[in-house]
Design a protein around this ligand. Structure first.
Ligand code: OAD
Length: 233
């Protein structure tokens, strides 16, 4: 049996689904009401900043009504209890992993609770609305703040750190993601190339399910706590 020291976990919208945060590609998917090109590209923001700011303002406000579920809590328990290296990489822009207690965490697609100043590059924490052209708290420029979200066509955050962690990992686990969006969908291939064991935990088989050594299909809120219990013994 291979000894496991270094773990990388990738999460997607499915880990927050049981908290009541809509996923992107399900029947109630978030993109249903809006075409993705209308809200999640730099071009959309240039064309209609008010629509895009309101869309993300509503999602930011909706975070107040949701809470971490047993999957977030179990991942935080693993983070606290695991003595080896562990990195939780999330594609989610909600704050449920940190509210659940995870610390070794990177948001590769940005965070709803941050703004990004196009004038000075600051990324201040942001709890309220961005529509109405508030001023940047660092440089004072008005009307230059956008959501700190990685839109289609933009480079995800923390890629060097993520790549290094995957290269060194013994176990790669993907939870609640459809495997539709790159580069995250390619992480399982990187992990395999690095010699890691790979596990998928998802409601149903993802687009890349055949690439994983093992798969467990069902709700994350039930399967993740079970898997964490097994790992922590
Ligand atoms: P998707 O909506 O594409 O996929 C969510 C996955 O979670 C699906 O495979 C579902 O079957 C699964 N799922 C749903 N409920 C679940 C549950 N209770 N337990 C376990 N799995 C469940 O969301 P992502 O893969 O996260 O990018 O989407 C990737 C990226 O596409 C997002 O980060 C977003 C979007 O464009 C940006 O915002 C930049």
């Amino acid at each position: 049996m291979v000894r496991i020291d270094n773990i990388v976990i990738l999460t997607g919208a499915g880990v927050s689904a049981e908290s009541g945060v809509p996923t992107f590609r399900g029947p109630d998917g978030l993109w249903e009401g809006h075409r993705v090109e209308d809200v999640a590209t730099p071009e959309a923001f240039a064309r209609n900043p008010t629509l895009v700011q309101r869309f993300y303002d509503a999602r930011r406000a909706a975070l107040a009504a949701v809470n971490p579920n047993p999957a977030h809590l179990a991942l935080a328990r693993l983070d606290a209890g695991w003595r080896g290296n562990l990195l939780l990489v999330t594609q989610n822009v909600d704050d449920l992993h940190e509210r659940g207690g995870s610390r070794r965490l990177l948001h590769m697609h940005g965070e709803l609770k941050r703004a990004l100043c196009k004038a000075c590059g600051a990324a201040p924490e942001w709890a309220g609305d961005l529509s109405g052209d508030p001023a940047c708290p660092r440089c004072g420029a008005a009307g230059r703040l956008r959501p700190d979200i990685v839109w289609f066509g933009e480079m995800p955050y923390h890629m060097a750190a993520i790549e290094a962690a995957i290269d060194a990992c013994d176990l790669f686990v993907s939870i609640g993601t459809s495997g539709a969006v790159y580069p995250a969908a390619g992480f399982v291939g990187w992990a395999r190339a690095a010699g890691a064991k790979t596990l998928e935990i998802n409601l149903d088989p993802s687009a890349g399910t055949a690439l994983f050594d093992k798969a467990r299909h069902g709700p994350a809120g039930a399967l993740v706590p079970q898997w964490v219990d097994e790992l922590l013994g």
